[in-house]
Design a protein around this ligand. Structure first.
Ligand SMILES: *Cc1c(COP(=O)(O)O)cnc(C)c1O
Length: 381
């Protein structure tokens, strides 16, 4: 089976991890801060907090922004469930914004309308989780202009988009968001095994996320409400978690980060080949600026495709060894969210995107031969 995504691991990655195995610290050593500094510098953000997954990073970001019961969190109807679940972990209500079916990204028009309605009914969200689907950044300046009218905080779920650009800035710069989150799961643009990171330009959010990552404990005397008993003392001031990243993971992530520009170039080159050779009636997802997209996913669409017909095509492609996939089932369609009152029909853009889209295999080590196999299988159908 040609997989839809796969990590690229070379000797320098292996050496980086082995070096940590032979060092004094497997975790809480010097490599995690080095990885954080390198990602922050790459993205031109002030601060970065490495954690054990993007899911944990989203959860920390919500807590740091003060999300709790009685609050609302909105996210895109087309994303991985983690973009929404972070709100539920905090006891908040979750609602969704419909997408533009041509890009799968949340529609700024739908967002404006929904915010206007919510302002009338007193149901404005505290946080919007903005997702850069497939590695195509939203226009963050425009998004922030809309959200700031209603005092809505922004978390970017950039799990697909490290290496991508928003205008001329690297995704993760956080100029127009409170926090930006990356995932380093093996199918994502770079990997640390499991892993994630939260970037921010706010010293207060940084400090809060750092403390919540590790049990809510501080060792800084000026942050201890009852003072210090001595140099051994540590104070737990709030209920935190163990969301820490290991130095083993950070070493892999740091080594991968060096290769990110090469990874991007390879993904963009493969995407271009697909774009030029897709057999009709398939067409690529609309990507406004291919040179700015990280192409975490290569999504194709067929106008008017019905779900049952797609299921047939999907099965036939899998039977021919083509590891097609689907990103994503709209989150409001999930039984968990329907049980909370969500109605899939309220998101026609997301339903259309869901019916018409399919993810083709795309990964750094994909060979020309493999790509031709995918294209030929599509053409045969
Ligand atoms: C992969 C992914 C996540 C979760 O990332 P983990 O690191 O596996 O927790 C969250 N949001 C989106 C959009 C993703 O694709």
């Amino acid at each position: 089976m040609i997989p839809y995504g796969r990590q690229h691991i070379d000797d320098s990655d292996i050496k980086a991890v082995v070096d940590v195995l032979q060092s004094d610290f497997l975790t809480q050593g010097p490599v995690v801060p080095r990885f954080e500094a390198a990602v922050a510098s790459y993205c031109q953000a002030r601060f970065a907090v490495a954690v054990n997954s993007a899911t944990s990073a989203l959860h920390l970001a919500c807590l740091a922004l003060g999300l709790g019961p009685g609050d609302r969190l909105w996210t895109s109807a087309i994303s991985f469930v983690a973009s929404a679940n972070c709100g539920r972990y905090c006891g908040a209500d979750v609602d969704f914004v419909d997408v533009d079916p041509a890009t799968g990204n949340l529609s700024l028009a739908a967002l404006s309308d929904k915010l206007q309605q919510a302002a009338k009914h007193g149901t404005l969200p505290k946080i919007l989780v903005a997702v850069h689907l497939a590695g195509q950044s939203l226009n963050m300046q425009k998004l922030a202009a809309i959200c700031s009218q209603y005092n809505v905080k922004i978390i970017e779920d950039a799990s697909h988009a490290i290496g991508a650009k928003d205008g001329e800035q690297a995704v993760g710069h956080c100029s127009y968001s409170d926090v930006c989150v990356f995932s380093f799961h093996p199918v994502k643009p770079i990997t640390s095994g499991e892993g994630g990171m939260a970037l921010t330009n706010s010293p207060a959010l940084y400090q809060q996320m750092q403390q919540l990552r590790s049990h809510g404990i501080t060792r800084e005397a000026d942050k201890m409400p009852f003072g210090s008993d001595g140099d051994w003392y540590y104070a737990m001031t709030e209920l935190g978690f163990n969301f820490r990243m290991t130095d083993l993971s950070a070493a892999l992530g740091l080594s991968q980060l060096n290769k990110l520009p090469d990874f991007m170039a390879r993904r963009q080159a493969l995407a271009k080949i697909y774009d030029d050779a897709l057999p009709s009636p398939w067409q690529p997802l609309y990507i406004a600026q291919p040179s700015h997209c990280s192409y975490h996913l290569y999504v194709i669409q067929q106008p008017g495709l019905a779900l049952a017909e797609k299921a047939r095509l999907f099965k036939a492609l899998r039977e021919q060894g083509i590891g097609v996939n689907l990103h994503y089932v709209p989150i409001p369609n999930q039984p968990y969210y329907q049980n909370l009152g969500q109605q899939p029909a309220a998101y026609p853009g997301a339903q259309r995107y869901y019916r018409e889209s399919l993810t083709l295999p795309l990964f750094v080590d994909m060979s020309g031969d493999q790509q031709q196999q995918v294209l030929e299988a599509l053409a045969r159908l």
